[in-house]
Design a protein around this ligand. Structure first.
Ligand code: ZN
Ligand code: ZN
Ligand code: ZN
Ligand code: ZN
Ligand code: ZN
Ligand code: ZN
Ligand code: ZN
Length: 1720
């Protein structure tokens, strides 16, 4: 069936290809009714090309469509072969100077913060780099796809609209030239025709809704085939769709994933193809399966012809887009066609039609037509503007003339629910949905868009239109005034939290619009005054009748009285939403800024104002906050708490809280302050307390209800705070005589008074304007110093010391927590500076004239009465309900008044009389009947009150300032007042300091004692309970455990030799260590209980020179790791935190962990950061991830080196002897296998070398417990290193142990070399301990493995250098890592040596083995040396070494049959050899040092000259290495010949294969670009390798090898060990043997992965100018590479600490454990 279909398709294709585009075009040119002709053509051919089967075949379809459908159109358009026509057009074209580049998903875009007209104006990377904005302050974002580059649009940029590239184009073309003049007339006509027909066709078919018919086209094909089309929605998850599809259309999971991916990407995908019933059935299954959850998935059964035409419709749109790219004239024509009004009148153009249908189109189609619009309408300057209006009209049905009004009215239409007063009413459930509703949101956006560019000139018409819009806006605000009213709940807690979010969302979204409205008003005085009047009128409408029905009450105090209404916030309705009042407050401030306000205030519409009415509602709102704070509204639940929070929050406060304060300030400035205060007292429900003498006493004593006392105290505190704010907050231009930067400076000063802050923290704490700017950058340097970050952390701004004097403890934007933190910080600062700790109010700028009278509130009678009353309570402190906070606020207010008076006096000009006489008023005693003492007298009393110690400094400051003012008044001369109190105060502060220090010392002592107590506790319970404490004591313990090793005996520095018969003898010190678990000490001895180090073994590719190598499966292929290839493609690394335990203590601990984890996993199914089943655990002391333990051993060599005669064989003799021994062993081995019977006779034939006793069995010297640990660690190394199941019997176990020892030493040598550190003396203790035990362990491991196996390994290893007839097929010397070979040979040698009683010492063997391998390495280096005789400043010394190495090289040339390149410079050879062999010698020095314990000579503990010579001496090598060959030429020459006479070596010399050359370079992480946007750009050009050119969603860069991956996506999941894993995890297995370091480019985040279950995020090495990272790229500041931080990541990698880092991160943050790392 499928084959039939295929054949049929091919036949049709063949047929189709015979069509001639030219002929068809000619027919069309002659046609009378072109549309009919074209439609017929399409009706016939489109279904033959598209949708011939169940799956789309885009390549075939494109090819045929081009040939049969588009070809004729192109011929028709050009009137000739388009292959000639289009290039002609292109040449004649004068290109646009608009860039118009359409952004891909994830592409970087740039906006200039200095020049962009609004933040939506962006540049593409290319334009940006060529523009002037590069040097400006810019912001970088990644595009979400769509959108285009605004380069060249003069209206988008205040400056520099063109980049260099587009600038060029402007010089040639005149601005408004009609591009059509460049086109021949007939072509213009043809273009109109064909564009009109094809565009209409595409629009009609794409917006077509019927399933069985076509628009204006005949259904030619009746072969009723259908598609079941699945559409995208935002409701269903990927998983739901996949699951449903598997059920509905019987597909595999893979296919379902494919369908789902396409649906998600394109918006639709056919999931079934066949007859109607067949498709309909699938549809119903899908609908049934998904309707249960929410809304069913959208599925449609569509006729294949319709789908075919729709596919071609899209193709046509793309085609149009590309055709107009040839010529601006064609573009203009398409614009005209698209915008031409259709037959249905208004809004019936093709463009309108598409836009109106926009939301119904599927994603793929929407993308295509948006692209067309962007490349057509928006690229044509003339149509760009027209289109913008059209766009607005089509979407919102508004008229150009009254944009604002219409938007707002539309908006109001959407919010129809109102209460009886006409206010918005939001219902639960629907309310939030309404706001998520795109349309409402986009309306607000549109409004912002309209307002964003402010007019520079006002016409009368504009004024009129704006004010009309303002009216509409007021209507909107009126509906918000008083919405969501609340009543205090008494008795019972509310049952249901009321809906509040919708109203706040609305307020929040409108905040910027409200601010922008005010900005507009501020631009024109006439508009402003009109707007003010309108706003006032609306406010009066809102409050009309607010006094109705209420009997006014009269309040009187201190001889003043005022009439007001009876109203209690705690009993009646109150609302937080007062946008009309607040808008009026805003306008009032703006009005105050105008010239009129200074010169002719009588012209302002102020007379109509009724101050009590203005303040009423804002005051209620503030009282509500105070009452909530006092706990009176507890029963109203969290919704109220949240509202109060947002009311003060930085996102809302500008148009809420701030404006309420302004309104109160406005009120006070226009009324008698005594009246104001009485009304305020009344609203705070405190009037009684202050108006009745001695009421205070009663309210504390008679009323025993503590809650009420507490409540009243808080209310009084809050009210005083409010007065402080009313008087003190004058930093907005218009209120105080300040400029705009003063306001922002003050905000920053107060933020930084809390603590130093990072740039982003500051930005978050400051309000943003409509351009997302806070204005901070322009002033920050005046008030703060920037401190650069170190390797971690971020850059911080610190407050400049001179700014501290501006600190106001009662700054109105402090939260309570911030206030107390700031207070503490500032007092501390003062103490540090040895100043008194008073925090007096700062000197304030004067008020603007309109607000000037406000200050009188401080000296008003009622205010003085309140102050006096509270001071009185403090004086007679017993029996009154008062609080220190209350007193503190009163003192602050007094301070403010004094500052005010002082400033008045200081700025005294001759004609003015100072009317502010606070000092005089507070000196007067109270009048009868109370006869209270004067405020001043009370302050003097309080100064010495013992219960007010904290406030003493402040009271002293007040009295001092009082005296200063008095003197100022007395002497009009402004001579400075002498301070007499200075000395005393310093004295006392010094005393205080002393006491403070003493107190601190005491605290420290107590803490130490606590730690000691807990330490002893720890000895009994060793599990990690006191984590923090451990961390603190860790360092002490660290030094104490490893301190033991330091006690090595002092050895004369004469000559230290690490190995061989001449090895320096050292008496190993007694090694006593302490178990971290039981805290017992024990000596490390052969026969005692084992002590172990926590260790972590991992596979590693850090040193790999070949990341693509696939290691054979160790299980199935019997992979033999005996020889390490010099590409070091995969090694086994062992690391340790250096913490020591008893083996049995560790066992107990591990069992406990295991049991606990099993229980926990059963119960909670939680994951841990470590995999217990895999033997992982955390070090009980430092929580370092570990997976095994290494036993601690005494130096192992001493144990086996029992014989030591003076005469030792030379290398030649020794090799001969060993060869014989090897041969004997081979024979014996074969014997064993062949027959067990004839054992003895064959043994006789065998010639055993002298003293060799192969039947001798060495007694294992180690205790049982040590043996057990040797096996444990060996097995763990084997298991991890080969990724196999543990099997202690496997002969590969010892190989893996030696390998890990060699590999770990190599990694450490590399790290030291890279950091330019000397070889010895610079390793941290933990690494030193780890290497010692690892080497000793590897040397001892043979005692617990099969002797014959180890002997076998030795024989094979040796055979690679000394060939014998038994071991064929070994790797050639080019393919062996010589250091691994050395370690394995030396460590396996004792297995043979232990049976050798001939008197040869172990040391001799070591030395000969070392020399042999060294020589092999020299040959290896010389063979692979890529020496270039480049005539580099060669010194003509002809030293002994150079001559010798040249001789050796010539010999090599002979051996290789002259295949080796000829080199005549001994100097180069020797230099090359020295450099090449250095790493090997360094590794060997480390190895023998740890093996034999000989201390390193002091010369190699520092960097210095002659390192090579010192190393040679320590390693018992001649300085002239080639001497080795000369001394042993007898045996070496044949060996060298045999090495060279190898097929692989020959192939290499013939250039047929590659070989590693030396010295191998250290691996580094990839180079990263300095500018982060380069990476973003690179990532945006990266497409998913699996889904044909699609953009990847999470492009992720491997920092090890530089591969870009498509992470976190279904498309690139692969199967690994039976599980689906994401691209990153899969990549780690080949690139990093399970460990990976990535950069998630879009998130700007480093990702560490280890295995399938472990991972963490790590800060990226990119910082902005403020020293901060931007994870998630939210802030968009330019980011640059921080080399130090990148080095740190690289070091983590080189040190194999990635897994450990992940472990720590996961322990610290449990949510990381739950992430599905494997899917990344
Ligand atoms: Zn551009
Ligand atoms: Zn440009
Ligand atoms: Zn700029
Ligand atoms: Zn112990
Ligand atoms: Zn540890
Ligand atoms: Zn990689
Ligand atoms: Zn992919």
């Amino acid at each position: 069936m499928a084959a039939d279909l295929e054949a049929e398709v091919q036949a049709i294709d063949k047929n189709l290809l015979e069509c001639s585009a030219e002929e068809i075009a000619v027919k069309w040119l002659q046609a009378n009714d072109l549309q009919k002709e074209v439609y017929q053509h399409l009706a016939y051919y489109v279904p033959k090309i598209y949708c011939r089967g169940p799956n789309p075949a885009p390549q075939r379809e494109d090819m045929l469509a081009q040939h049969v459908l588009l070809g004729p159109m192109e011929w028709y358009l050009c009137g000739e072969d388009p292959a000639f026509g289009f290039p002609k057009l292109e040449q004649a074209n004068k290109p646009s100077h608009l860039c118009g580049r359409v952004f891909k998903v994830g592409e970087p875009t740039y906006s200039c913060r200095d020049c962009a007209v609004d933040p939506t104006c962006v540049l593409c990377m290319e334009c940006f780099l060529g523009s002037i904005h590069r040097e400006h302050r810019y912001r970088m974002t990644t595009s979400g796809g769509g959108g285009f580059c605004d380069c060249g649009d003069t209206e988008a940029w205040k400056e520099g609209p063109y980049c260099q590239k587009h600038e060029l184009n402007t010089s040639e073309t005149a601005e408004e030239e009609d591009p059509l003049v460049h086109l021949p007339e007939d072509m213009v006509a043809r273009a109109y025709n064909i564009f009109a027909i094809t565009f209409k066709y595409a629009v009609d078919i794409l917006t077509w809704e019927k399933e069985n018919e076509l628009p204006g086209l005949e259904m030619i094909e009746k072969s009723d085939t259908y598609y079941c089309m699945l559409f995208n929605d935002e409701v269903h998850t990927y998983e739901q769709v996949i699951y449903t599809l598997q059920k509905a259309v019987n597909c595999t999971q893979k296919e379902a994933i494919g369908f789902a991916t396409t649906v998600d990407r394109d918006g639709r995908r056919s999931v079934r193809y066949g007859d109607f019933q067949y498709c309909d059935q699938a549809k119903s299954v899908i609908v049934r399966n998904t309707s249960r959850q929410t809304k069913p998935l959208k599925v449609q059964v569509m006729h294949s012809s319709i789908v075919a035409h729709q596919s071609f419709g899209l193709k046509l749109l793309t085609w149009l887009g590309s055709v107009i790219g040839y010529s601006d004239g064609l573009r203009r024509i398409l614009c005209q066609v698209g915008l031409q009004e259709g037959p249905d009148g208004e809004n019936s153009s093709l463009v309108d039609k598409l836009m109106l249908y926009d939301s119904k189109l599927w994603k793929g189609a929407r993308n295509v037509y948006h692209q067309l619009f962007m490349s057509s309408l928006l690229m044509d300057l003339k149509y760009k503007k027209l289109f913008a209006i059209r766009f607005a009209r089509a979407r919102m049905l508004i008229t150009e003339e009254n944009l604002m009004t219409t938007i707002i009215k539309t908006f109001m239409d959407h919010l129809r629910h109102r209460d009886i007063q006409g206010r918005f009413q939001f219902e639960r459930y629907t309310a939030l949905q309404a706001f998520k509703f795109r349309r409402v949101q986009s309306l607000i956006l549109d409004l912002k868009y309209v307002l964003i560019s402010k007019p520079t000139e006002w016409s009368d018409d504009l004024r009129c239109k704006f004010l009309e819009g303002f009216d509409a806006f007021l209507e909107l605000l009126k509906c918000m005034q008083g919405m969501d009213p609340i009543t205090r709940q008494v008795g019972q807690h509310i049952e249901m939290e009321p809906e509040w979010e919708a109203a706040f969302t609305l307020q929040m979204k409108l905040t910027l619009v409200i601010s922008m409205m005010q900005d507009w008003c501020a631009l024109d005085e006439k508009v402003m005054i009109e707007a003010y009047k309108k706003c006032l009128t609306v406010l009066m409408q809102c409050h009309s009748g607010f006094t109705d029905g209420e009997q006014p009450i009269v309040l009187s105090m201190c001889g003043h009285s005022v009439e007001t209404i009876r109203y209690c916030v705690s009993q009646e309705k109150v609302s937080i939403h007062l946008p009309v009042s607040r808008l009026l407050a805003g306008l009032h401030v703006l009005l105050s800024k105008t010239e009129v306000a200074y010169k002719f205030p009588e012209l302002l519409p102020l007379s109509e104002l009724s101050p009590p009415m203005l303040i009423e509602h804002p005051l209620r709102c503030l009282v509500l906050c105070a009452q909530v704070h006092a706990g009176m509204w507890r029963r109203n639940g969290f919704s109220l708490v949240n509202q109060i929070y947002y009311y003060h929050n930085v996102k809302c406060r500008r148009e809420m809280f701030d404006k309420d304060i302004v309104m109160l300030q406005t009120g006070v400035s226009m009324m008698d302050p005594n009246h104001f205060l009485m009304i305020m007292l009344s609203r705070f429900e405190l009037y009684q307390i202050f108006s009745t003498p001695d009421y205070g006493k009663r309210f504390s004593t008679e009323n025993t209800n503590k809650d009420v006392v507490q409540q009243n105290n808080t209310l009084i505190e809050e009210m005083l705070y409010l007065i402080i704010m009313i008087v003190g907050e004058r930093f907005s231009p218009g209120i105080g005589q300040v400029n705009a930067t003063d306001e922002i400076k003050r905000e920053i000063i107060h933020q930084l008074s809390i603590r130093p802050m990072a740039h982003s923290e500051l930005v978050k704490a400051l309000p943003e304007d409509e351009n997302r700017e806070t204005g901070m950058e322009s002033v920050i340097e005046e008030v703060a110093c920037f401190k650069k970050p170190g390797l971690t952390g971020r850059g911080l701004y610190e407050l400049k010391p001179e700014c501290a004097k501006n600190f106001n403890l009662y700054f109105y934007h402090f939260s309570r927590a911030e206030q107390s933190k700031a207070e503490e910080a500032q007092r501390k600062l003062k103490r540090q500076n040895r100043e008194d700790t008073a925090l007096p109010p700062p000197a304030l700028p004067p008020f603007c004239p309109l607000f000037a009278s406000l200050v009188n509130i401080l000296q008003s009678d009622v205010m003085l009465c309140i102050m006096g009353t509270i001071l009185q309570w403090a004086v007679e402190h017993n029996g009154y309900a008062w609080s220190e906070s209350m007193l503190q606020r009163v003192l602050h207010l007094i301070g403010m008044a004094l500052q005010e008076e002082k400033q008045h006096l200081e700025n005294l000009s001759e004609e003015n009389v100072v009317t502010f006489t606070f000092t005089q008023k507070i000196s007067k005693p109270g009048e009868a009947p109370s006869n209270s003492p004067s405020i001043l007298a009370m302050l003097e009393t309080l100064q010495n009150a013992p219960h007010l110690e904290v406030h003493k400094d402040m009271i002293r400051w007040i009295l001092k300032t009082f005296n200063t003012i008095k003197k100022l008044r007395e002497s009009s001369s402004s001579s400075p007042v002498v301070e007499t109190e200075g000395n005393i105060m310093e004295e006392s502060s010094r005393d205080k300091d002393k006491a403070e220090r003493k107190r601190k010392a005491e605290i420290a002592r107590l803490r130490r004692e606590k730690i000691m107590a807990q330490m002893s506790e720890m000895q009994r319970h060793f599990i990690n309970e006191n984590k923090e404490l451990f961390q603190q004591t860790l360092e002490e313990l660290d030094t104490s455990t490893s301190g033991v090793h330091e006690n090595s005996p002092v050895i004369s520095d004469a000559k230290l030799t690490a190995l061989g018969p001449e090895q320096t003898r050292v008496a190993e010190p007694r090694q006593v260590v302490m178990c971290i678990l039981c805290q017992e000490e024990q000596e490390v001895k052969v026969d005692s209980r084992a002590m172990v180090l926590a260790a972590f073994i991992q596979r590693s590719t850090v040193l790999s020179k070949n990341r693509n190598k696939i290691t054979p499966d160790p299980d199935t292929e019997k992979y033999d790791p005996l020889f390490m290839h010099p590409d070091l493609s995969c090694g086994t690394h062992t690391g340790s935190c250096g913490h020591i335990m008893h083996a049995h203590c560790w066992q107990r601990y591990f069992d406990a962990v295991q049991a606990k984890e099993q229980r926990r996993q059963q119960r909670l199914r939680v994951h841990t950061s470590y995999d217990v089943e895999n033997g992982e655990f955390l070090c009980p002391l430092c929580e370092c991830l570990s997976n095994t333990v290494i036993p601690l051993l005494p130096p192992p060599r001493v144990l086996f080196n029992r014989l030591d005669f003076s005469s030792q064989p030379n290398l030649t003799q020794w090799i001969k002897t060993v060869s014989q021994q090897v041969k004997a062993l081979h024979l014996l081995r074969n014997e064993d296998c062949a027959s067990h019977s004839g054992h003895s006779e064959k043994m006789d034939q065998l010639q055993l070398p002298e003293g060799f006793r192969p039947d001798f069995k060495l007694k294992n010297p180690y205790s049982e417990s040590i043996k057990e640990m040797l096996t444990t660690f060996g097995t763990a190394t084997y298991k991890v290193g080969l990724k196999v199941h543990p099997n202690e019997e496997d002969p590969r176990v010892p190989i893996m142990c030696w390998g890990s020892c060699a590999y770990t030493i190599q990694t450490i040598e590399r790290i030291l070399a890279d950091e330019d550190k000397p070889l010895f003396g610079h390793l941290p203790c933990r690494q030193d301990d780890c290497l010692t035990s690892l080497t000793r362990f590897a040397a001892a491991h043979w005692t617990v493995s099969s002797l014959s196996a180890v002997q076998g390994h030795f024989c094979t290893l040796l055979a690679s250098l000394v060939p014998n007839e038994k071991n064929g097929n070994l790797p050639c010397i080019l393919d062996i890592d010589m250091f691994h070979l050395l370690v394995s040979l030396v460590l396996s040698f004792p297995a043979i040596h232990c049976q050798d009683f001939s008197g040869v010492s172990l040391g001799t063997g070591d030395l000969h083995l070392f020399h042999l391998v060294t020589m092999a390495h020299i040959i290896q280096i010389l063979l692979t040396s890529s020496t270039e005789e480049n005539g580099m400043d060669q010194e003509n010394t002809n030293s002994e070494e150079e001559v010798a190495v040249l001789t050796l090289y010539k010999f090599l040339c002979q051996c290789t049959g002259s295949a080796l390149k000829e080199i005549s410079s001994g100097w180069h050879l020797w230099r090359n050899l020295k450099a090449g062999i250095m790493p090997f010698l360094r590794c060997s020095a480390l190895f023998f040092h740890y093996l034999n314990g000989v201390p390193a000579p002091s010369e190699i503990q520092v960097n210095g000259a002659n390192q090579f010579e010192h190393l040679c001496s320590y390693l018992s090598l001649p300085n002239n290495l080639t001497c080795l060959f000369q001394e042993n030429s007898e045996i070496l020459n044949p060996l060298i010949e045999s090495w060279c006479n190898n097929n692989e070596v020959k192939r290499y010399l013939e250039g047929k294969r590659h070989a590693i050359s030396y010295a191998r370079e250290s691996n580094k992480l990839i180079d990263l670009p300095d500018d982060y946007s380069c990476l973003i750009n690179q990532a945006s050009n990266f497409s998913c390798p699996k889904s044909g050119g699609d953009k990847s969603r999470a492009p992720t860069l491997c920092l090890v090898c530089g591969t870009m991956l498509c992470s976190q996506s279904y498309c690139c999941q692969t199967e690994l060990e039976g599980e689906d894993v994401g691209a990153c995890t899969a990549h780690t297995y080949t690139c990093g043997s399970g460990v990976g370091i990535f950069l998630r480019v879009r998130e700007c985040q480093v990702l560490f992965l280890a295995g399938k279950t472990k991972g963490c995020f790590y800060p990226p090495p990119y910082l902005d100018d403020y020293g901060e990272t931007d994870q998630g790229l939210r802030r968009g500041n330019p980011l640059h590479l921080c080399k130090e931080r990148f080095k740190k990541i690289q070091k983590l990698w080189q040190q194999h600490s990635i897994t450990e880092e992940i472990g720590h991160a996961q322990e610290a943050n449990q949510t990381l454990v739950g992430i599905d790392w494997q899917h990344l």
